[in-house]
Design a protein around this ligand. Sequence first.
Ligand SMILES: [Zn+2]
Length: 304
Amino acid sequence: MAPSLTRRGLLAASALLPLGLRREAAGAATEARDRVGAFTVTPLRDGLFPLEPSMIPAADSAEGRSLLQAAGLPPGGPSPEPVNAFLIRRGARCWLLDAGCGTVLGPGFNRVTAALAAEGVRPDQVETIWLTHLHADHAGGLITPSGLARFPNAELVLQEAEAAHWSSAGARARAPAALVPFFDTAQAVLAAYDDRLRRVSGEAELAPGVHAVPLPGHTPGHMGVLVADGSERLLIWGDVVHARLLQLPHPDWTVIWDADPAQAVATRGRILDRAAAEGPRVAGMHMDIRGTVQRAGPGYRLVP
Ligand SMILES: [Zn+2]
């Protein structure tokens, strides 16, 4: 049976993390902030997700084992991958990009609110939340366990195609079993923010200096965000990569949660190519480091 990103699957998987990594997952929730011109971008660590090679089926191979082993990880996995949201500030303005899992995926997550508090930000001070996509590890933190909005004053902005997909009864009926629970969370989030939802299309300007970057495939309306000021640029590319060690050398390796695996591969290739050519710093929801992308053999690598 395919492993799934369900509460039970995660509970089983988190027991597989080495003790030191479990401690790290429970530790500090904020990391070094990035300055992009007048913007300050701070990763907010929601938790650590134990990614098993079977979640990237092509990585369940001699090549996958050798990449994990070369990085000092158990060759059979798991590879501990962060779940990040990002706080983006400029002057007095305060935005959030994604919100982590909240309580939707069990214990070990739900640290975004504490990480925000450590930055001196209360949920009612967040004016807008940009959402890369509606998967539970990005949107679950938008609601309380009883389904209320955690950010009482925030507008929620996402791609039109994303809202449409997760609202569609047909898409739900066609979804593989592992993805069906995602519809419940997505629909609860859309309902909680119904009166202050803003749907955008394509490369919309989200705020002065902040643009949406459509990256469809992982989900139909999956997007990244490009923060730019002067010559400085940071591309936060959402879920283009779930396992840096495996998917940068092998951009054609897909995760089991991709809505359209072929489109996800094409999108990953296109954005990696663009990042290697244009040279912005990149960050991701499931990446432990930020850096620039370089071509390396048939794949890519991230240079911190
Ligand atoms: Zn994700």
